[in-house]
Design a protein around this ligand. Structure first.
Ligand code: ADP
Length: 299
């Protein structure tokens, strides 16, 4: 079983012809409410890929909070440890223009109110096969989760997104560090451009203490490095519509199949899952089921 500790957001999406200028009021083409948040997305990806999943996080005392919890429950995710905090839920206000460019205001709401004490009080919920954490809750809470997961979870996955440098003490507790190009540049504090630089970056992060590193490179696929191997997995060729939740799908799907000795198989599975996600619009609504992934792999 998998425990995800992280954010839940309601994505409020509006399509517009062009983005409004300061002071301007424009007509939207309609509003969609799509559950998102990196934590919840990864939980949904793992659950749809047939893992048994528990979510730890916080929503606000508003209608969105109830909807976010209900939608995770619909995916069969245990939300016993999703706390309800005073104030609003996490909300992403997203406008997409006709060119497909996004403007996003992320209001963290209850995600910002998840404390280190909250984690300490549910520490035994972290007894599991894999704990997944990201950076959309307070950094100290993320770090406390990693410390508490040590000795409880078989494997700790950390996705340092949005990007922030990772303290050495934390890096050394990570079993699988998953990051994209931007995050890797921030964590290593240098610009990465060539394939060799990406491989060297992943190797350096293993040298610094992460047991395994997955560097995802969008349509270029992903690189996996641990002390025994360094492999590259190409992305599947698909026509991309919206890459929202691609990385989250990759992590959730990978964690649902990875047992420590089947990296290649798990990477292929995760690549297929995220390839399907990019062919569909939206966050959680775009994440495929295990059956869809199996069928995609057979084509
Ligand atoms: P993030 O969403 O965190 O930025 P990436 O863009 O690196 O992550 O994407 C994660 C994974 O999703 C990639 O490793 C790849 O397998 C898959 N992916 C992303 N974009 C595409 C694409 N255009 N075509 C096929 N697969 C893709």
């Amino acid at each position: 079983n998998i425990v995800v500790v992280g954010s839940l957001n309601m994505d409020v999406v509006n399509r517009v012809e062009k983005h409004p200028l300061p002071g301007e009021t424009i007509k939207g083409k309609g509003t969609e409410y799509i559950p998102g948040g990196k934590g919840a997305n990864q939980a949904v990806a793992a659950s749809r890929a047939n893992a048994s999943v528990r979510m730890v996080g916080a929503v606000g005392k508003d209608g969105f909070g109830k909807q976010l919890v209900a939608s995770l429950n619909q995916d069969g995710i245990d939300t016993t440890n999703v706390l309800v905090k005073d104030g609003t839920s996490g909300i992403a206000f997203i406008t997409v223009n006709d060119q497909g460019e996004n403007n996003i205001i992320l209001s963290e709401g209850a995600n910002g109110a998840l404390t280190t004490e909250d984690i300490q009080s549910i520490a035994d919920a972290l007894l599991c096969d894999a704990v997944l954490v990201q950076n959309e809750i307070p950094l100290e809470t993320t770090y406390e989760t990693i410390r508490a997961a040590r000795g409880r979870a078989t494997r700790i996955y950390y996705n340092p997104a949005p990007a922030h440098p990772v303290p050495k003490e934390i890096l050394q507790m990570i079993d699988v560090l998953v990051l994209n190009e931007t995050e890797a540049s921030v964590v290593l504090n240098r610009v990465l451009t060539t394939h060799k630089e990406y491989v060297d970056a992943a190797k350096e992060l293993v040298f610094r203490g992460a047991k395994a590193v997955i560097l995802t490179l969008g349509p270029e696929g992903a690189i996996f490095v641990n002390e025994h191997q360094s492999v590259r997995v190409p992305a599947f060729q698909v026509s991309a519509v919206d890459t929202t939740a691609a990385g989250d799908t990759f992590i959730g799907a990978f964690a649902s199949v990875y047992k420590g000795d089947n990296a290649m198989e798990s990477l292929r599975y995760a690549s297929a899952a995220s390839a399907i996600t990019v062919t569909r619009a939206g966050a959680q609504i775009s994440i495929p089921t295990g059956q869809e992934i199996e069928e995609f792999l057979k084509r």
